[in-house]
Write a protein that binds this ligand. Structure first.
Ligand code: FAD
Length: 415
């Protein structure tokens, strides 16, 4: 069976990996160079701790407050756009305690499956080393309000079987002997991990190319040949490729691919930025989320990667330095002695997180075509959930027993 995968980000590459392992011929299509996408320069965190979806009670009020400040970590660019309005309506409908309750076991199970698959990948030696580290994650906070919120989330996590420890400021400082951390406290999730996403993507591409997976790069998929309920070819400006099965893993551009196939997919790009601070004498040891600043710090290579902001602004990829300024100001409040300066605009990496309105990914078949599988909408957790998504995609296409119940992720859930 020949499977065409549209999208060479972590989701498309993980799908290619497990489909190739299942013995299929695979072609990966990408409109850019593989190393240009959202999967390359992200924060590298593998987060079973993230069991509460973005669509949650209180999120809309918080978002409204943040939107009034140009350096804030969250922003929705006001646009008269029907897709954005539908997405906003669905987000609002899902920001409920009932939705969070339903989402928790689903996110926990897919995250734990993915972490197990990453452990297998890291220990098997099939890929070049990609910096896999299991040091957990610190959720740092500076205010009593955030502390209460985090303590509540820690209770929810422990109840769901994800270990979470509430730490005092001095316990946090003990975990970070090389840098001063100015916080009120933290919640520590020892089960989280991190990796170097650039090395992972390079490793996956090298492995797949060496083992016969075809790559069609720098060619956008512009159409599909269809017959009844089947897709039989993938079309780019330069050629047409016969396929037996198609996986749409187009990240934030997936709605455009869905439109080419005649259906609509509620999804918005959530732009974020990252930059590196290299050659440090003393550094952060444990990846951290600076809660009030909504910024992250991850030890990577010989330095630290900082990331943050979520701007819902379509597929616009320009860098807004005001938001980057906001990240820098945030970092200085938590790590006051780190030599963090505003980076030059050309050293700022940007990526579009593919955000579904209910905070759960789309994984599975759609009604319209019997040989189409969607794998997108992972928002802030695409790197984390990559291997599990790839495995579920391969199991769906080859009609094998599924590693977990994918019902909460079915793309048909809003129809
Ligand atoms: C600042 C930041 C930090 C983040 N940190 C983390 C983190 O710590 N942990 C985590 O789990 N996640 C993190 N994420 C989220 C994660 O990066 C994304 O969820 C993930 O990369 C999405 O992967 P993807 O494969 O779905 O999309 P992408 O990586 O965007 O890949 C989609 C690909 O499809 C291609 N494509 C689209 N349309 C077409 C077409 N018509 N023809 C051909 N090709 C097409 C695109 O060119 C693109 O390469 C972060 C994101 C950002 C922005």
């Amino acid at each position: 069976m020949h499977i065409g995968i549209i999208g060479g980000g972590i989701i498309g590459l993980s799908s290619a990996y497990y489909l190739h392992q299942a013995g299929h011929q695979v072609t990966v299509f990408d409109q850019n160079k593989i190393t240009d996408g959202c999967s390359f320069g992200n924060a590298g965190m593998i987060v079973p701790s993230h069991i509460i979806p973005l669509a949650q009670p209180g999120m809309i009020a918080k978002g409204m407050r943040w939107m009034l400040n140009s350096t804030s970590p969250f922003y929705v660019k006001p646009r008269l756009n029907l897709d954005l309005m539908r997405w906003g309506w669905l987000f609002y409908r899902h920001a409920t305690p009932e939705h969070v309750e339903r989402a928790i076991p689903a996110l926990r199970d897919i995250s734990l499956l993915s972490k197990k698959l990453y452990q297998e990948l890291a220990s098997s030696g099939t890929l070049a080393p990609f910096g896999w580290q299991e040091r957990g994650l610190l959720m740092l906070y500076k205010t009593a309000a955030a502390g209460h919120e985090m303590a509540d989330e820690a209770t929810v996590a422990n109840r769901a079987g994800i270990e979470a420890q509430v730490l005092s400021a001095s316990q946090v400082q003990e975990m970070e002997p090389e840098v001063r951390v100015d916080v009120r406290g933290a919640v520590y999730y020892p089960g989280d991990a991190h990796l170097n996403p650039g090395n992972l993507i390079h490793g996956l591409v090298t492995y797949l190319k060496t083992n016969g997976v075809q790559f069609v790069e720098e060619q956008a998929v512009t159409g599909f040949g269809t017959k009844g309920t089947r897709i039989d070819s993938v079309q780019t400006g330069k050629g047409e490729y016969a396929v037996d099965n198609v996986v749409v893993a187009g990240g934030s551009w997936s709605p455009e691919l869905a439109r080419l196939l005649g259906f609509s997919l509620p999804l918005q790009g959530g732009k974020g930025y990252s930059f590196m601070l290299n050659n440090l004498t003393g550094s952060v040891q444990v990846p951290a989320i600076m809660l009030e600043a909504r910024a992250t710090a991850t030890p990577m290579g010989n330095g630290l990667r900082f990331a943050g902001t979520l701007e819902v602004a379509g597929t616009d990829q320009s860098v807004n330095m005001n938001r980057v300024r906001g990240i820098v100001a945030g970092i200085r409040q938590y790590y006051p002695e780190l030599p963090v300066e505003l980076p030059k605009i050309d050293t700022v990496w940007k990526g579009l997180r593919p955000c579904s309105p209910d905070g759960l990914p789309y994984i599975g078949r759609v009604d319209r075509f019997e040989n189409l599988t969607l794998a997108t909408g992972h928002g802030m957790m695409g790197l984390s959930l990559g291997p599990a998504t790839g495995k579920l995609v391969a199991e769906t296409i080859t009609s094998q027993a599924l590693s977990m119940d994918p019902a909460p992720f079915l793309p048909t859930r809003f129809s």
